[in-house]
Design a protein around this ligand. Sequence first.
Ligand code: SAH
Ligand code: SF4
Ligand code: F3S
Length: 455
Amino acid sequence: MSDPILHSPTRIRSLDTLFIKTYGCQMNEYDSQRMADLMKQAYGLRLVGTPEEADVILMNTCSVREKAEEKVYSQLGRYRKLKEQRPDMIIGVGGCVGQQEGERIQKRAPYVDIVFGPQTYHKLPDMIKQIRRDRVRLSETEMPEIEKFDHLPRQRVEGVSGYVTIMEGCDKFCTFCVVPYTRGPEISRPVQQILDECAGLIADGAVEISLLGQNVNGYRGIGPDGEEWDFTMLLYAVARVEGLRRLRFITSHPMEMTPELAVAFGEIPQLMPYLHLPVQSGSDAMLRAMHRGHTRDDYFAIIDELRRHCPEIAMSSDFIVGYPGETDADFEDTLDLVRRVGFDSTFCFKYSPRPGTPAAKSADDVPEEVKDARLQTLLDLVRGQAQEALQARVGRVVDVLVEKKGRNDGDMEGHTPDFKIVHFRGQPHQIGQIMPVRITQAFGQSLRGELVLAE
Ligand code: SAH
Ligand code: SF4
Ligand code: F3S
């Protein structure tokens, strides 16, 4: 849809530079990178580090939690000042707030040229052409059967880790969550397209690949044999891509866990022993109210199965405190689940009602101070667990993928198989290698160690 507006009659300059501000999950990070690839291909745009230097500013937004829309508007207020000085600059708002708010954004912030959603960014070059030619504002939030992957240039990677989105959207409709509305239904990319993208990243120098999606283990894509493949079949195939050393994925849903996936953790050497498996609550009543589709005992059974096949697996999860109706007893059940499972890393959030979700129709009835207190109690518990997990590595020799230079001179940085950050003295030429490091110290969120050099 377009709507003619009055622009000041400035001369149209050539577009040279692009700034992208990214919020939200790794799928947004992936999308931002793909937007940059696309704009480079279409207009030769070069990515720059600040909005002041940019001819095109794109915001890739996230709508998952509290005040997301307000954050977007206040950031836009800052870009408005830049546009007042340079009226030929282009401002676009994409991602999940773009999808959710659509043209409302341009009603409130008329200096925004383009609004688009997560499934329409492949149209950016055409949209930019049109707004420059016709002097219009555009909003493009239709959700066609996703075809964006067919329109994107080949992905390029510079570092040792590559990311590949394998599926879009979500059909789970947890009562608190906007994602099914902003990203649309679950659609899986064909197996061959994923394998080709992985092979391309490895050809560029990546040795680690993370497969991305809101529910990766709900993957159901067409295989090269014309049959539907599930996520575990895809994992075995990706692991066979020549040159791949490490394979990870995020995020999984407990409801989509299968016995085969637990077996895969024991069988596939490249599949790293780390699993982010959000549970949200340890209370059956809350899990039911949230429409999560499983009980706490189901979750325990999954963890047991995983640990049976892969004893060293590190578990990670997301939690929400203060969901409508959550009692002290419900919250105690969450603490109990955390104690029983033992998580190496955890993300904890206070519930906030999100527009258009079923939970937003219930009263947000847990008082703010109770939410705060529960969050603090939970954080104390999970931080203690995370610290123990790091401490337990001290003295051990672990394989570290050397990823980049560390912040301190002479330091290199990488991850252990179970996804802990390690700093150590090393050399830039070691980037891309997997090296044994003896862990000497544990900090709040990372480890320090020394390379174990061959005699
Ligand atoms: N697809 C993933 C994660 C989606 S969003 C999954 O199924 O778990 C990331 C996290 O944000 C969620 O796991 C949840 O913990 C949190 N979250 C989502 N909506 C929220 C809301 N309305 N209030 C607070 N936290 C929320
Ligand atoms: Fe949101 Fe639930 Fe889908 Fe995760 S599974 S994206 S929490 S609706
Ligand atoms: Fe946020 Fe959208 Fe990702 S709401 S978490 S950017 S899918």
